[in-house]
Design a protein around this ligand. Structure first.
Ligand SMILES: [Zn+2]
Length: 149
């Protein structure tokens, strides 16, 4: 996740003097930062809430450092839940950065539901066909909700 600290978010480009406007591409927030883009922006918040509720969890907003520290501690096991959340985290970062660049450079945009559909497809495609312990009730629910089958 150190890579995220080097992404050319607008707050960094602004500090370097490379741009003079720094508004978020997705909402009216005046400063696009890593924390805003991947966690606090309404579109990121929607995606995280969807990922968490599909996993039977409740999403709580916090700082990126605190979120990652919590995720590293909580998702370190090999449970299906940990695996799903780790894939979803990577997919969310990839999709939001891609979408942000599409909007910035091509003026194209997809809505939050479409982006969530892509994240769900990525999770499904990485786990479908694996030998999952779906006798476990938690796993069975996860497979059903995430459409892993
Ligand atoms: Zn925003």
């Amino acid at each position: 996740m150190a890579l995220l600290d080097r992404l050319p978010t607008k707050d960094r480009l602004l500090r370097m003097g490379l741009i003079n406007e720094s508004q978020c591409m997705f909402c009216d927030d005046p400063l696009e930062t890593r924390d805003h883009l991947f966690l606090h922006c309404p579109i990121a918040d929607y995606l995280w809430n969807s990922i968490f509720s599909l996993s039977g969890l409740h999403f709580i907003t916090r700082s990126w450092e605190s979120f990652l520290a919590w995720a590293c501690y909580t998702w370190k096991g090999k449970s299906l839940l940990s695996v799903i959340l780790k894939i979803a985290l990577n997919a969310l970062i990839y999709i939001l950065w891609e979408e942000r660049n599409k909007k910035l450079f091509q003026g194209r945009s997809r809505n939050a539901q479409e982006l969530f559909r892509i994240i769900k497809d990525i999770v499904g495609s990485q786990l479908r066909g694996r030998n999952l312990n779906s006798i476990d009730i938690v796993n069975a629910n996860l497979c059903k909700h995430w459409d892993i089958g």
